[in-house]
Design a protein around this ligand. Structure first.
Ligand SMILES: Cc1cc2nc3c(=O)[nH]c(=O)nc-3n(C[C@H](O)[C@H](O)[C@H](O)COP(=O)(O)OP(=O)(O)OC[C@H]3O[C@@H](n4cnc5c(N)ncnc54)[C@H](O)[C@@H]3O)c2cc1C
Length: 405
């Protein structure tokens, strides 16, 4: 293997390139990214970048010298348009056909935009999006945030931190209904309200209204309306996999995710995938998984790089313990492992009332996740129990909690 192309210059793309070099690949390594920027870290975009507190240092994934040391053929501001496996080439938007012996797909996701042509309606995915929202924060006295998922919640918290009035709209009855137990959603709602956010649950958006091409108000599903000189929508993402259409890489018909095997391989020879767009079977959780988590983008990239170079029996299945965090009002929310609404949730330390707790998540008699608020050391302490696939009662015993009769 002498030529490897990595498409997507985000967290997963950069980590793939680094891992390939760390594993000894010394051939031509091309990294293609359609943003004009060198790879950067997205989590600070909804936190430090919007508040202006803590500086922009966290944005930098690596110093320029470290990226330079990788000896990359770096193609920034270039979009991959088509994959031609029969010719083993990737076609770029400038007409270049890049030859490859191995390819890693890491083109991630883009924010879902509300269908409105009005200025003042923003999304938050890229550095340029964040710069625009930050500039808008400086102009507007209030913001309406649509969607109380993690991105919307962080935008609301950051807007409060810089003194804006905030209305947070969420169509579901509690935030994160599809992700966590309603008790955790309720705690997060109270956290927003205590910090002065007008949270409207069970309230969808019926439309946006404005004058002179600018948004002025959001019409609500309950017939009401809120004044909105500025809107930030956190409506989830669409995956950047359209360029793979017709290539033979299998995509999930619903999500558009790249369907990989346990080794992050796509089924098209020597084409692997990593990061937000990769969907793969995870034996510990008994089904397929796709994670929009910063840590996963790095870990899966390392796995894809290893398996691409090792091939055959040298490959290792990718079986991480998922990890996600979010920062709200100076508090850290963490999820280690998995959580779904139907799971059993038991608070094992602290309490949701105190806004400081560690909770176990159980499924089928096993521990599958640990959720924490302001409890980093305790959450991390239980990583071993997740790695060992611990029975629910044994996990509770390890935390000093008696199982319920
Ligand atoms: C505002 C924000 C805050 C977040 N906060 C957290 C957090 O607190 N904790 C956490 O765990 N996770 C967080 N995340 C999620 C985390 O940042 C993502 O999971 C991670 O960035 C995914 O990396 P990726 O490389 O797979 O995809 P991306 O970061 O989306 O990178 C893909 C890159 O490929 C480019 N690309 C797309 N199509 C093409 C093409 N055809 N040709 C060339 N290039 C292309 C894209 O423009 C992009 O630059 C946050 C995300 C956002 C947006």
């Amino acid at each position: 293997m002498r030529r490897i192309v990595v498409v997507g210059a985000g967290m997963a793309g950069l980590h793939t390139a680094e891992s390939l070099r760390a594993e000894g690949f010394d051939g031509t390594l091309t990294l293609v990214g359609d943003e004009p920027h060198r790879p950067y870290s997205r989590p600070p975009l909804s936190k430090e970048v919007l508040t202006g507190k803590g500086g922009d240092a966290g944005l930098r994934l690596r110093a320029d010298s470290e990226v330079d040391a990788l000896g990359l053929d770096l193609r920034l501001g270039r979009r991959a348009e088509r994959l031609r496996p029969a010719e083993r080439t990737v076609e770029l938007d400038d007409g270049t056909a890049l030859p490859y012996d191995g390819l890693v797909v890491a083109t991630g996701a883009r924010a879902r935009r509300p269908a409105t042509g009005l200025a003042g309606v923003h999304v938050l995915r890229t550095l340029d999006d964040a710069a625009a929202v930050r500039a808008a924060f400086a102009e507007a006295g209030r913001v309406v945030v649509v969607g109380a998922g993690f991105i919307g919640s962080e935008v609301a918290a950051s807007a409060r931190a810089v003194g804006l009035e905030v209305t947070l709209l969420e169509a579901a009855p509690t935030p994160l209904t599809r992700v966590v137990d309603p008790r955790v959603g309720r705690t997060l709602t109270e956290l927003h309200r205590d910090n002065g956010v007008d949270v409207r649950l069970g309230t969808g958006v019926a439309g946006f209204e404005g004058a002179g091409g600018r948004v002025e108000r959001v019409r609500l599903s309950d017939g009401g309306a809120v004044e909105a000189p500025l809107v930030v929508a956190g409506l989830g993402v669409d995956l950047n996999t359209g360029w793979l259409a017709g290539s033979g890489v299998r995509l999930d018909p619903g999500t558009g995710a790249v369907l990989c095997d346990a080794y992050c391989a796509t089924g098209v020879p020597d084409v692997y995938a990593a990061g937000d767009l990769a969907d793969w079977p995870h034996p510990r959780y008994g089904g397929r998984m796709r994670l929009e988590h910063w840590t996963n983008a790095g870990e899966q990239a390392a796995a894809a790089a290893h398996n691409l170079l090792a091939g055959g029996d040298g490959r290792r299945p990718y079986t991480p313990i998922p990890y996600f965090w979010s920062d709200l009002y100076g508090m850290k929310v963490q999820l280690l492992g998995q959580a779904a609404p139907a799971d059993t949730v038991e608070v094992v330390h602290g309490s949701t009332d105190d806004r400081k707790f560690t909770a176990f998540v159980g499924r089928g008699g096993r521990l599958v996740g640990v959720i924490g608020l302001r409890s980093t050391p305790k959450v991390m302490r239980y990583r071993g129990l997740l790695a060992e696939d611990t029975a629910w009662d044994d996990a509770l015993a390890a935390a000093g909690v008696s199982p319920r009769p």
